[in-house]
Design a binder for this molecule. Structure first.
Ligand code: ZN
Length: 305
C-alpha cells in the first residue's frame, strides 16, 4: 500500500516514476474531480485520515505536516490559513462592498481530513468547489443559516389617493388618475419595504428615520429614503433572502405593472428579481381602498447575516 498519490490532469502523463510508496492516479478536468478519483481509489482501503496538497506548492514544511497531524487527532478537518495583508472588496450587481480585512482568512494547503467524513461530503456535493475546506464550511453554513442568523421584518403602509399628484409604486411612475398623498411621494411599497427591513434589523422604524414634521424631508423621493436603509444592511453585513409584497388596491391592476416594479426593486435593493414576489389584492370594493381613495401595502422581509 502506498503512502502517497500523485494526481495527474486528465490528458497528462508522468514519465519514469520510480519513487517508493507513490501511486499515480488519473486525475479529472478540475481539482475536485481529481480528488474524487483519489477518494474513490482509497474507498476500500481502511484509510483513517487524508492529506491533500497542491503540486503547485512543492516546498511544504515537514513541521507543518506534523502540526496538522497533531491537530487532526482532536478535529475532523484541519486547514492552515494566512491573514490577508490586502484590502478586499466584493461586488454584488454594480455595488462594491468592503470586507473587514481582519476577518479574512486565506486558506492554504496541505489540508487534512478524516477520510470517511470527507468521502461522504464529496459524495453528497453536486457543486464545483475550489478546496476541500469549502465542503465543511458549506455544511456548517447551511446549519448556522437555519439555526440563528435569519431575521424577519414586517412592514405596512397606507396613503390616501389625491388628484393632481403623480403615482409612484416601488419607485416606478405609474399612469393613473391620482397619486398618493404624503410628506414624500407616498410610495407605499417602498415605505413598507423600508419598515420591513428596519424591523428585521431591529432598528426602529421609518418615522424615526424620516420624521414627517421635519422640513428637511419634505417632498423627498422614497427611493432616497430606501438608500440609507440599504446602506445600513450592508454596513451590518446583512443580505436579503427574499421579500414578499401584498399591494392592496382596486386599481391600477397589479398584474400589468408587476414586472416593472420588480425590476425597479431589484435595482434599488441590489438583489436578484427572483428574490422578490409581488401579489395584487383587491378588497371587493369595500372601504376607502375599494372606492379607489387609498392604496395600502404589506411586506415581509427575510434577511441573514
Ligand atoms: Zn408611507
Amino acid at each position: 500500500m502506498s503512502d502517497c498519490f500523485i494526481l495527474l490532469s486528465a490528458n497528462k502523463k508522468i514519465k519514469n516514476v520510480s519513487y517508493k510508496n507513490i501511486d499515480v492516479i488519473k486525475g479529472g478536468t478540475e481539482r475536485h474531480n481529481s480528488t474524487q478519483n483519489a477518494l474513490n481509489y482509497l474507498k476500500n482501503k481502511k484509510i483513517k485520515n487524508v492529506f491533500i496538497h497542491d503540486a503547485a506548492r512543492p516546498n511544504l514544511s515537514i513541521k507543518l505536516l506534523h502540526r496538522l497531524k497533531k491537530e487532526l487527532k482532536k478535529n475532523n478537518a484541519v486547514v492552515p490559513y494566512l491573514k490577508s495583508e490586502n484590502s478586499v472588496k466584493y461586488k454584488i450587481k454594480n455595488k462594491i462592498n468592503n470586507l473587514d480585512r481582519n476577518k479574512i482568512l486565506l486558506t492554504q494547503t496541505p489540508q487534512c481530513f478524516n477520510f470517511q467524513e470527507l468521502f461522504n461530503l464529496y459524495k453528497s456535493n453536486k457543486e464545483k468547489i475550489t478546496d476541500e475546506a469549502s465542503l465543511y464550511l458549506r455544511k456548517n453554513e447551511d446549519l448556522n443559516y437555519l439555526k440563528s442568523n435569519t431575521y424577519y421584518g414586517i412592514g405596512f403602509d397606507i396613503h390616501r389617493l389625491i388628484k393632481n399628484k403623480k403615482l409612484f409604486l416601488g419607485g416606478v411612475k405609474i399612469p393613473f388618475h391620482s397619486g398618493l398623498k404624503g410628506h414624500s411621494d407616498g410610495d407605499v411599497i417602498l415605505h413598507a419595504i423600508i419598515d420591513g427591513l428596519l424591523g428585521a434589523m431591529r432598528k426602529s422604524d421609518i418615522g424615526t428615520l424620516f420624521p414627517s414634521n421635519s422640513n428637511k424631508f419634505k417632498n423627498i423621493k422614497s427611493k432616497n429614503m430606501l438608500k440609507p436603509v440599504v446602506n445600513l444592511l450592508n454596513d451590518n453585513n446583512f443580505f436579503i433572502n427574499n421579500i414578499d409584497i401584498n399591494l392592496i388596491c382596486e386599481n391600477p391592476k397589479v398584474s400589468k405593472i408587476k414586472g416593472k416594479i420588480i425590476k425597479s426593486l431589484s435595482d434599488l435593493l441590489f438583489i436578484d428579481r427572483s428574490l422578490i414576489n409581488l401579489k395584487g389584492k383587491t378588497v371587493e370594493k369595500l372601504g376607502i381602498i375599494g372606492k379607489e381613495q387609498a392604496i395600502a401595502c404589506e411586506v415581509i422581509c427575510s434577511i441573514s447575516k
